[in-house]
Design a protein around this ligand. Structure first.
Ligand SMILES: NC(=O)c1ccc[n+]([C@@H]2O[C@H](COP(=O)([O-])OP(=O)(O)OC[C@H]3O[C@@H](n4cnc5c(N)ncnc54)[C@H](O)[C@@H]3O)[C@@H](O)[C@H]2O)c1
Ligand SMILES: [Zn+2]
Ligand SMILES: [Zn+2]
Length: 380
């Protein structure tokens, strides 16, 4: 029986030494419980760069990208039977963790820590492969969604319907940076009205943490980056103060001049041991340090244990902003449409799939907040 396959262009990770290449591939129709999505937009997140740089061990070949939005265009058998299932024509944001609903983390309501997410494992198991090269070689799908592709088949649970009036490029950013950063501030750290917050690192994730602190009505929001333009953008988003990061001691001193008693919260959104240690040093006794940035695997950071214990510091890791996508994406989309979450300010440039090389170079330099691949200019 002949199978009706969809032609796809996708950025394919070939291995840390080989980099990536845009390839023409073929996509099988969705199987039971899956949907095919025509991608409209995919953000370029530093986590994609970690993969390219070999910071994290990942399989290859795999279709890259984990921050995207698109339109559902085909339903696999059985999809539509449950409340909340996506329907054809819906604008959906794809979740890089689609909770299984059955493991202990899911039972605790912490689906972002799900032990067995749908489409986990980068869709490399033979039964999960829907994407292939024309010669039949299987191509995996990063985090089950591989958003840097014109089309993708994903688990229905990973396709979260949002308000269709949200521009697709903005919707894409809800899939990672915005949910991660806003959630790190509002959910993981639990910033409350009147508190003081330091955000270290102002990429898409850190700037979203600034937006989260604004939503939580923090009294002072101190933004830190080594790139001056980032400080300006953070101020435009609501940061009250900004510190240009120099060497560690100078940055520490500048922060403690602004907040002599230390901050209620410090969020690290880079993934460097040195800035993790900086964050630990600038919170008040009893303050909370929230780690959002990801290092290469295996990196350790130092803790001055005596001071940490004596000062009663709380240290938290924040995965996906402690957010369950099906609950949080629609709410963030509503906030964005209502003008309370200026997601569009994060987008410096809309690019094509063929411009990804320079986009990764810019990300490496810290130049710009978010570049977004758009697949259909008319829909943006
Ligand atoms: N925890 C999660 O669930 C999660 C989700 C998404 C991304 N991440 C991680 O968050 C981190 C940030 O992602 P992003 O896409 O915003 O990255 P990005 O590269 O856009 O932002 C990093 C920012 O840090 C700044 N910076 C770099 N070194 C600095 C230094 N020494 N001092 C001060 N500023 C410095 C850069 O100028 C840049 O503005 C990455 O490590 C990414 O992998 C984590
Ligand atoms: Zn990401
Ligand atoms: Zn689970």
């Amino acid at each position: 029986m002949s199978v009706d396959r969809t032609p796809v262009r996708a950025a394919v990770f070939l291995g840390a030494a080989a980099g990536f290449r845009v390839e023409d591939l073929l996509l099988d129709p969705p199987c039971p419980g899956e949907v095919r999505v025509r991608m409209l937009a995919s953000g370029v997140c530093h986590s994609d760069l970690h993969v390219l740089d070999g910071d994290w061990e990942r399989p290859a070949p795999v279709a890259m990208g984990h921050e995207g939005a698109g339109i559902v265009e085909a339903l696999g058998p059985g999809v539509g039977a449950r409340a909340g299932d996506p329907a054809a024509g819906d604008l959906v944001v794809l979740a890089w963790t689609a909770p299984c609903g059955a493991c202990p983390a899911c039972a605790r309501g912490e689906g972002f820590l799900c032990a067995d997410p749908r489409g986990g494992g980068h869709r490399r198991a033979p039964a999960d492969v829907r994407l292939r090269r024309p010669d039949g070689t299987p191509v995996g799908v990063y985090s089950g969604i591989g958003t840097m592709a014109t089309h993708q088949v994903v688990a229905a649970e990973a396709a979260i319907r949002v308000d269709p009036s949200l521009p697709a490029a903005e919707a894409a950013l809800l899939g990672c940076a915005v949910t991660t950063g806003v959630g790190a501030a509002t959910r993981t750290a639990g910033v409350r009205a009147g508190e003081t917050v330091v955000v270290v690192g102002l990429g898409g994730v850190g700037l979203s943490a600034v937006m989260g602190a604004v939503l939580a009505r923090a009294a002072r929001i101190v933004a830190v980056d080594r790139v001056p333009a980032k400080l300006e953008l953070a101020r435009a988003l609501g940061a009250t103060d900004a510190v240009l990061a120099g060497d560690g001691p100078a940055t520490r001193a500048a922060l403690l001049r602004l907040l002599p008693d230390g901050a209620d919260h410090a969020l690290e959104a880079i993934g460097l041991a040195s800035t993790v240690e900086l964050a630990l040093d600038v919170v008040r006794p009893g303050g909370t340090v929230t780690l959002v940035g990801m290092t290469p695997q295996g990196v350790r950071a130092g803790v001055d244990v005596y001071a940490f214990v004596e000062r009663g510091i709380r240290l938290l890791g924040s995965n996906y902003g402690s957010s369950v996508p099906a609950e949080v994406f629609p709410e963030l989309a509503r906030q964005a449409v209502a003008g309370r979450l200026p997601v569009g300010r994060l987008i410096d440039e809309r690019i094509g799939l063929d411009d990804l090389g320079p986009a990764f170079e810019a990300l490496r330099r810290g130049d710009g907040a978010r570049r977004v691949v758009v697949f259909d200019q008319a829909a943006q």
